[in-house]
Ligand binder design. Structure first.
Ligand code: ATP
Ligand code: MG
Length: 716
């Protein structure tokens, strides 16, 4: 029936066509990166519409991000014209869940205009409940409970369904009751959180046969991209909705499962064939994205993981350039070098829009942002904020501003009750009134009001402590180096502890950002100089339509592709992350390796991997080792270069060949002897525990002298 030359089939290979044309029955497309899974899914959607197998409103298509949904809508629009005017059920799980829940809200005790709470609201609510339950919030932070509740919701568990053991983990077994109370409270407020969007709908589908069958009939076809990263509640959803017609098509790649920390279960791929017997499994093997060198590099790394489903990948593309592996001296040089490379490529005609820098952790963006601002290279950050716009950085800066500048009222307001110190709106209103009446800045008014009886004893105590602290920090500034002062302020104010107590997935990243902030301060001679730098940087917004380099985490880059990709910070402790190393388990290390695979396979023509020999951590220069993933890159597909600008002669003179971590990295195959020597890995057990070799004392001296050269001389 479909003309072989239907626009959406043009150019697709045989297995891709099979995925498009096998519309009936369960289909699983299991294939490596860049093999056209998303392309096939898009064509399939076009095919269903073009051949009128279904109306747009009868197809459920799940994408991983809103951006991906937008792109798919546009692409299908181009392929089949206006037929897709409305594709109401194309979106992320959350968007689709919200849409469904609005129609049935009353079944879970909500009204259709319910609000969706953000994390802050969620926490405030939990705190009230914790207080009411007589639980010590200091000991059992609300954030911990929030994290647990999220976890339960990801698993599709209502309060009744939690087993006692899991509930034990919070306040001696009060977790379950608090979860139940929280759900009740949300209902009273006509609100739900993100997890509820899926959980409530799951409950409805499980308990209301009529509604279930309504949706089972409505969705003639169901399609899911990035299937390897679905979590339990999403999986349960899909299984219920697809049970009747069984026209479910999922595409994914087990090697790209990188969200287990958010409850994703790669096992869902294995369950598919069991839950949908007779499923057709289609494998795509031709990669259309990357050059052979890039592909071989990625394959070489991922081959070190065990328990893979296994896939073949090939490409017809020209060899192109080898993957470049650059060993550089330190973090600032990394940013400088990437900036230079990009400017070079730009002169050669490359658009900044085709270039991306992928980091392992958010805090790594800072060095690049500052460098790019100083050389006038436009950039965008995807899936996050610019460094100085992140909430925790703004909070920390507010503390610093109050200390540096007593009359900075905005900063004072931002931190006066962060972390919570029992200064309610009433107390603050009093301080404001007083300040206005007397024409004083808030901190001064706050100090004066302590002598009156305007405030409750509790508020007076809290405010008194804070104002006292600020004055004390200010006087410490006379003698202490400002980075150290910053650390003290963040610690003594309870701000660091607030994030340490946080059990949500983002908390660790926020702490890393705070560390990075202190690190950034070291480059400026005073607190004032640093704050001035920040306000200049913050003011530097590139215009919306000019081409920009993209900076983002590897997680955010999933499914995307760029002509040229820079993979930075490939060092032990950064990537694989210190957390993965500390946990020590094979599972976390393998997830890091899948991230490396995702990272490399984002590149179409050019991939450059960088690793620095030194990083500044807590004000100390520390030598770092190239990531084990660098050593896993197959030697014949990479080209290595080491620049030790500045400190090179010292480096050569003092660092024996034995200790040179770049000595033979990448030479030979996979886990070359160079890497084992440099990284102290057990040759018989390369995936096992990792004991970095500590370098002798001498290089440490070298590092110190270099460090001072950096802070006083070479800095821009
Ligand atoms: P990932 O695993 O990273 O999500 P994917 O398998 O979804 O990758 P796509 O993004 O669909 O891969 O495709 C990768 C690139 O290959 C895209 O630029 C796409 O346009 C192109 N492509 C896909 N199929 C073909 C084809 N049959 N012929 C030519 N190019 C194709
Ligand atoms: Mg894809």
């Amino acid at each position: 029936m479909p003309a072989e030359d239907a626009p959406y089939l043009r150019g697709l290979n045989a297995p891709q066509r099979e995925a498009v044309l096998t519309t009936e029955g369960p289909v699983l497309v299991l294939a490596g990166a860049g093999t056209g899974k998303t392309a096939a899914l898009t064509a399939r959607l076009a095919h269903l519409l073009f051949t009128r197998k279904a109306y747009p409103s009868e197809i459920l298509s799940v994408t991983f991000t809103n951006k991906a949904a937008r792109e798919m809508r546009e692409r299908v629009g181009r392929l089949v014209g206006d037929a897709i005017e409305g594709m109401p059920w194309l979106g992320t799980f959350h968007a689709i869940g919200a849409r469904m829940l609005r129609r049935h809200a009353e079944l879970v005790g909500l009204q259709s205009n319910f609000t969706i709470l953000d994390t802050d609201d969620q926490l405030r609510l939990l705190k009230q409940l914790i207080l009411a339950a007589d639980v010590d919030e200091k000991r059992w932070p609300a954030r911990q409970l929030a994290g647990m509740i999220d976890g339960w919701k990801n698993k599709g568990l209502t309060p009744k369904e939690i087993d006692a053991g899991e509930s034990e983990a919070y306040a001696n077994g009060k977790g379950q009751a608090l979860y139940a109370a929280y759900q009740d409270r949300l209902r009273t407020l006509n609100a739900c959180d993100f997890g509820d969007l899926l959980l409530h709908m799951l409950v409805i589908l499980k308990t209301d046969r009529e509604i279930l069958s309504q949706y089972q009939n409505r969705f003639r076809y169901i399609m899911v991209d990035e299937y390897q990263d679905t979590n339990s509640v999403q999986y349960l959803w899909l299984r219920l909705l697809a049970q009747e017609r069984k026209n479910l098509c999922c595409v994914g790649d087990d090697d790209q499962s990188i969200y287990s920390w958010r409850g994703a279960q790669v096992e869902n791929i294995l369950k598919f064939e069991k839950d949908f017997p007779g499923a057709k499994v289609i494998r795509l093997e031709q990669n259309y994205r990357s050059t052979p060198h890039i592909l071989a590099a990625a394959s070489g790394v991922i081959a070190n993981n065990g328990g893979r489903l296994g896939k073949t990948l090939w490409t017809e593309k020209d060899q192109g350039e080898k993957v470049k592996v650059l060993g550089i001296w330190d973090g600032p040089e990394e940013a400088r070098r990437v900036g230079e490379e990009i400017e070079g490529l730009q002169r050669g005609g490359l658009s900044l829009d085709d270039t991306a820098i992928l980091v392992r952790a958010q805090h790594q963006t800072r060095e690049f942002e500052e460098r790019f601002i100083s050389i006038g290279l436009s950039y965008r950050i995807i899936g996050g904020f610019r460094f100085y716009e992140r909430a925790e950085i703004r909070d920390a800066l507010a503390y610093l501003r109050v200390v540096a500048q007593p009359s900075d009222d905005l900063a004072f307001e931002r931190i006066v009750n962060v972390p919570k110190r029992g200064l309610g709106d009433k107390a603050l209103a009093k301080v404001h009134q007083f300040a206005r009446a007397e024409g004083l800045p808030l901190t001064t008014a706050g100090a004066r009001i302590l002598d009156t009886d305007e405030l409750t004893p509790q508020a007076r105590r809290s405010l008194g402590n804070l104002i006292g602290d600020i004055a004390r920090w200010r006087s410490m500034g006379d003698t202490l180096p400002h980075p150290e002062l910053a650390r003290i302020i963040l610690d003594e104010s309870g701000y660091t502890a607030m994030w340490q107590a946080d059990r949500t997935a983002e908390a660790a990243g926020r702490l890393e950002n705070l560390n990075e902030l202190v690190r950034a301060m070291e480059e400026y001679e005073s607190l004032t100089a640093f704050l001035e730098h920040v306000s200049l940087v913050m003011d530097n917004e590139a215009s919306a339509d000019e081409p920009k380099v993209t900076i983002m985490t590897i997680h955010a880059a999933k499914g995307l592709e760029y002509d040229t990709v820079f993979l930075v910070g490939w060092e032990e402790g950064i990537f694989p992350s210190q957390r993965a190393l500390d946990e020590g388990g094979l599972a976390s290390l393998e997830e890091e390796r899948r991230l490396a695979y995702v990272a490399i396979t984002r590149a179409r023509r050019r991939a450059t991997i960088l690793h620095a020999a030194n990083r500044r951590i807590y004000g100390q220069w520390t030598s770092s080792l190239p990531s084990r993933f660098v050593a896993e890159l197959p030697g014949e597909h990479i080209e290595t270069e080491t620049t030790m600008s500045g400190g090179e002669s010292l480096w050569r003179a003092n660092w024996s060949e034995r200790a040179d971590p770049f000595a033979d990295v990448g030479r030979g195959t996979g886990r070359g002897p160079g890497w084992q020597r440099a990284a102290g890995v057990d040759a018989k057990n390369p995936g096992g525990s990792f004991t970095p070799r500590t370098f002798s004392r001498e290089p440490a001296r070298v590092l110190e002298s270099h460090a001072s050269a950096v802070s006083f001389g070479a800095k821009p």
